[in-house]
Design a protein around this ligand. Structure first.
Ligand SMILES: *Cc1c(COP(=O)(O)O)cnc(C)c1O
Length: 375
């Protein structure tokens, strides 16, 4: 059928027709109309975190990871020492790129079914004064854990350490207020909870540290200080901008604001999450995480215990019924993931649950019940 399938993934996401239609025009990178769109997007992004007084926002071409890497290279001095609080795949990616950028990196490992701990962070910072920066993933999209960002930021502030937050899958859905939360850099992207299309990231940088970032990046294309300076001076992107992505994001932000901003988005995603948990529960599926640490962004489910289950076949069956699931990202247990984000509501989630039910029938699996109860 010639109809887009619904994406239940952590990006790219299902977008509205209005957002897609915004991409039907060509824009010149020097054109003042396009520069006005970029300026409007930047202003709106700052407003989402109440960051107008304290932070600037620097957009960057590429997927979200490009912006995380750019943030580390721009913010952390070459002789800096980064502590990564690791409870999943995106934390490991942040540690890896920090190492590749040539910054000293220490990783504290928490299991992927747990939050990272502010108390442990406090101990680590006390024990090793050479640490200059801490990287925290707000919502660890690997399993779906929401980390205690405010408490972690308070510990960093008490020790005078720089905090870099990967808020890729939480920004615009879960509250982040720059007036309460102290951070040096916070990273998100166009194609996540703002429901734009993928292709650009953006980094909020604390104004007080901006000047000190000049010349710190060893990369030309990923130098956020240079990108910022050029954009402030000319209103333009340094290199070819992802024009269609930017105009689609502007349109997506207009819809975000009309919907009621972050609280409304959180309410819709929470309704999606509840419909998902209830519906999948009726089919026998069990979520991997304790609900108390689960973000209403993406849910990891245990794979069914039935011997006929195999992710690829399950995926293909659900796909044939119009819904795109996501593989698990855990190494220890067999799981799969279902996203709650994108331009969808509980109706689409209920339809997705029905598609999963049909997929189980197609494979001859009686129930979604996992092999071993409990974790
Ligand atoms: C999506 C995501 C990223 C970026 O991934 P890309 O594939 O580069 O877009 C980074 N961190 C988290 C937590 C994410 O959810």
């Amino acid at each position: 059928m010639d109809r887009d399938k619904i994406l239940l993934t952590p990006g790219p996401l299902t977008t509205t027709l209005r957002t897609k239609l915004a991409m039907l025009r060509d824009w010149g990178s020097w054109d003042s109309d396009f520069n006005a769109v970029t300026a409007r997007v930047r202003k709106s992004l700052l407003a989402i975190i109440n960051g107008q007084d304290s932070h600037v926002v620097v957009p960057l071409q590429g997927s979200g990871t490009f912006s995380v890497e750019a943030a580390v290279a721009t913010i952390v001095p070459r002789e800096g020492h980064v502590l990564v609080l690791d409870n999943g795949a995106y934390c490991k990616r942040a540690a890896r790129l920090t190492n590749l950028m040539g910054r000293r990196c220490t990783v504290v490992d928490f299991g992927d079914h747990e939050q990272v701990s502010p108390a442990v962070l406090d101990e680590k910072l006390k024990a090793d004064p050479s640490i200059t920066h801490v990287i925290v993933i707000h919502c660890e999209t690997g399993a779906g854990v929401l980390n205690p960002l405010q408490a972690l930021a308070d510990v960093c502030a008490a020790h005078g350490k720089g905090l870099i937050v990967d808020a890729m899958s939480s920004f615009a859905a879960i509250e982040i207020d720059a007036r309460k939360l102290k951070f040096d850099a916070l990273i998100a992207a166009s194609g996540k909870c703002l429901e734009g299309v993928p292709g650009m990231g953006f980094v909020f940088i604390r104004k007080a540290i901006l000047d000190g970032c000049a010349g710190q990046s060893q990369s030309l294309a990923m130098d956020l200080h240079d990108q910022y300076t050029y954009m402030e001076k000319t209103g333009q992107w340094r290199f070819t901008p992802p024009t269609h992505v930017v105009v689609a994001l502007a349109e997506a932000i207009a819809q975000f604001e009309a919907e009621g901003g972050q609280p409304a988005r959180l309410a819709r995603y929470t309704a999606n999450y509840r419909a998902l948990i209830d519906g999948m529960g009726r089919l026998g599926f069990m979520p991997f995480l304790d609900p108390s640490i689960q973000a209403p962004i993406i849910v990891t489910f245990h794979a069914p215990g039935d011997a006929r289950y195999e992710f690829k076949a399950f995926y293909n069956a659900a796909r044939a019924h119009g819904f795109i699931l996501y593989p698990g990202k855990l190494t220890q247990v067999e799981t799969f993931r279902v996203g709650c984000i994108g331009a969808i509501g509980p109706d689409e989630i209920n339809q997705a649950v029905h598609a999963v039910e049909l997929a189980l029938q197609d494979l001859g699996i009686a129930s979604g019940e996992p092999a071993i109860q409990g974790d």
